[in-house]
Design a protein around this ligand. Structure first.
Ligand code: NAD
Length: 543
């Protein structure tokens, strides 16, 4: 048994490659893209370290060329999920007692493999499978995935070293136990890094995990799973269950050993999972920890004193990077009437140069939305606006799903600040502007706070200090991540812990110590070094 205490230094955020023309990174990434696009990977379930194929298969296609199949996958059936529960609980016996140093070493090794040997593969899988451009994929699949791992090791070491005082003939300590059972991780399509973190944050704290990856991002998820195996994560610690969320959940939520749910995705699915847990509550050994980061209706508030170019750049990047499919994407803006002309002019100038198309053509800023239902959803909102008398389309509004799911970056102006496109999450490149009267800044802040049920991200642009202060105060609960003179997307691990409340989730801040605390169940141990030998207390004596 090792006696040394692992000392973990302050990690660095993984540096980003910019893929400039002629750079070696660009050339090797292009090669990896060609390789990924020339294969059809057969993705198995991975249960207790065994690759299982049951023949009930589905397909994973490229969003930007939906006739091109990248992978087939085998769908977990009830018996597969039951087997996964059993194998996870077996693996738990070993993993629970694996030293923290060894667990940390596996996580840090995974980070090294992601940033080194498998960097191009993971980037190419994310670009081809999730239709992300090279830079967005680099930020996500490589940098954020590695940052989560390295910073979480640092945070875990801080948690473990947090110990109570001893003295007065007693020894006190806190043992940070993993949860008693398994954790169910259900991951979204839009971030490879989130898929990785939802699984590995609980595993770092000694938990075993059943992982239900999103079907649309299965290719990058499968490569992650292969990386975990190569890094030495023991069999059964993470069990990979592609397939229907409803089928997998039905078995998982009935297991008495369910100890936690780590979810990122839509508010609706999280509510279904929460309800499922509530229905089975009496059957669990412990109250399951429920951690969910869900939807958003994120805003930018512009004050008359704002720098227009900075505000418009933030609006465009915030709304249209990754086709608006970030939970933090900007989708409603409040702009003072006095800035209408310069804002619209700068928007027109910016959007006119913005190219849309396949991610392997590096000139494209915007790529395809993830699938047909997302395409149809965006177009439904756009069509409603076209029929509406209170809103109009200022830019974009077109879509084409003939070969890939392309929705033009679309800007809507509404006269109704509470319209559907100002309040509902669309999750695509559709942005709505509302122009308010300059003198109604305070009223506009109230509108912004009360229009949508979400509370994820938001930003204010102003040079006037008082305007910034008022927005920061009035919008206290409107966003869990609030930005001043910056776009509300692009949170960096270790710098802006991420998460929101209201309908946006449980706000357990991914990429922070707060999240890791949810995956441990502390036990306090007191050892008395001088146990009393008589029951009487001094006050009981006669004077
Ligand atoms: P989604 O809710 O459709 O799917 C998320 C996961 O849930 C997928 O793995 C899916 O297969 C699974 N699922 C679907 N139905 C299920 C069921 N009945 N039971 C169990 N699992 C089920 O979300 P998505 O389309 O993958 O991602 C987009 C959503 O995620 C958006 O709403 C976005 O705002 C949100 N999101 C939030 C954050 C955040 O940090 N707040 C980050 C990323 C994405």
């Amino acid at each position: 048994m090792e006696n040394g205490l692992l000392s973990v230094g302050e990690p660095m955020n993984e540096p980003l490659h910019d893929f400039a023309p002629g750079s070696p990174e660009r050339n090797s990434l292009k090669e990896a893209l060609k390789r990924i696009e020339s294969e059809v990977v057969d993705i198995p379930m991975i249960i207790g370290g065994e690759a299982l194929r049951n023949g009930d298969t589905g397909k994973v296609a490229m969003p930007h060329r939906h006739g091109h199949v990248l992978a087939t996958y085998h769908k977990a059936a009830r018996e597969d999920v039951e087997r996964a529960v059993a194998r996870a609980l077996e693996a738990r016996r070993l993993w629970e007692h694996t030293s923290w140093t060894d667990r940390a070493a596996v996580m840090l090794k995974i980070a090294e493999l992601i940033c080194g040997k498998y960097r191009d593969t993971l980037l190419a899988a994310t670009m081809a499978g999730q239709s992300k451009n090279a830079y967005q994929a680099e930020i996500d699949a490589v940098a954020e995935s590695a940052d989560f791992l390295r910073f979480n090791v640092r945070y875990a070491s801080a948690i473990y070293s947090e110990q109570p005082k001893s003295g007065e003939a007693s020894l006190n300590r806190v043992e940070y136990r993993p949860l008693e059972g398994f954790v169910y991780a259900v991951t979204p399509f839009n971030f490879t890094a989130i898929a990785s973190n939802l699984v590995l944050a609980p595993a770092l704290m000694g938990n075993v995990v059943l992982w239900k990856p999103a079907t649309n991002s299965l290719l990058s998820s499968y490569y992650l799973m292969k990386i975990y195996e190569e890094a030495g994560l023991p069999a059964g610690v993470v069990n990979f269950l592609p397939g229907s969320g409803a089928v997998v959940s039905d078995v998982v939520l009935r297991s008495p050993a369910l100890a936690g749910v780590h979810f990122t995705g839509s508010t609706e699915v999280f509510s279904t999972l929460w309800k499922g847990v509530a229905e089975n509550l009496r059957s669990y050994r412990s109250y399951p920890r429920l951690v969910g980061e869900t939807g958003g209706k994120n805003f930018i508030v512009v004050h008359p004193s704002a720098n227009v170019r900075a505000a418009v750049t933030a609006i465009v990047r915030g709304a249209f990077e990754y086709q608006g499919q970030k939970c933090s994407a900007v989708s409603r803006c409040y702009i003072p009437s006095s800035l209408r002309a310069p804002v619209l002019e700068t928007l027109r100038e910016t959007l006119s140069g913005m190219a849309m198309g396949r991610p392997d053509d590096f000139r494209n800023f915007v790529n395809a939305v993830i699938d047909e239902s997302s395409f149809d959803n965006c177009m439904r909102y756009i069509e409603r606006v076209k029929q509406s008398s209170e809103a109009e389309i200022l830019f974009g509004g077109g879509g084409d799903k003939s070969s890939g799911y392309f929705v033009e970056p679309t800007v809507i102006e509404t006269k109704n600040p509470r319209s559907l496109t100002m309040s509902e999450e669309i999750f695509g490149p559709v942005l709505t502007l509302y122009f308010y009267k300059d003198e109604e800044y305070e009223h506009m802040l109230t509108l912004c706070d009360e229009t949508s049920p979400y509370g994820l991200t938001g930003a204010v642009f102003a040079t006037d200090r008082e305007a910034l202060r008022r927005a920061t105060t009035r919008l206290k609960y409107a966003a869990g991540n609030f930005y001043i003179n910056d776009k509300p997307t692009g949170a960096v691990v270790g710098k802006q812990p991420f998460g929101g409340s209201r309908a946006s989730g449980t706000n357990d801040k991914a990429g922070s110590m707060l999240n890791l605390l949810r995956w441990t169940s502390p036990r306090t141990i007191k050892e008395n070094l001088q146990p009393p030998e008589r029951y009487e207390y001094p006050f009981m004596k006669e004077a």
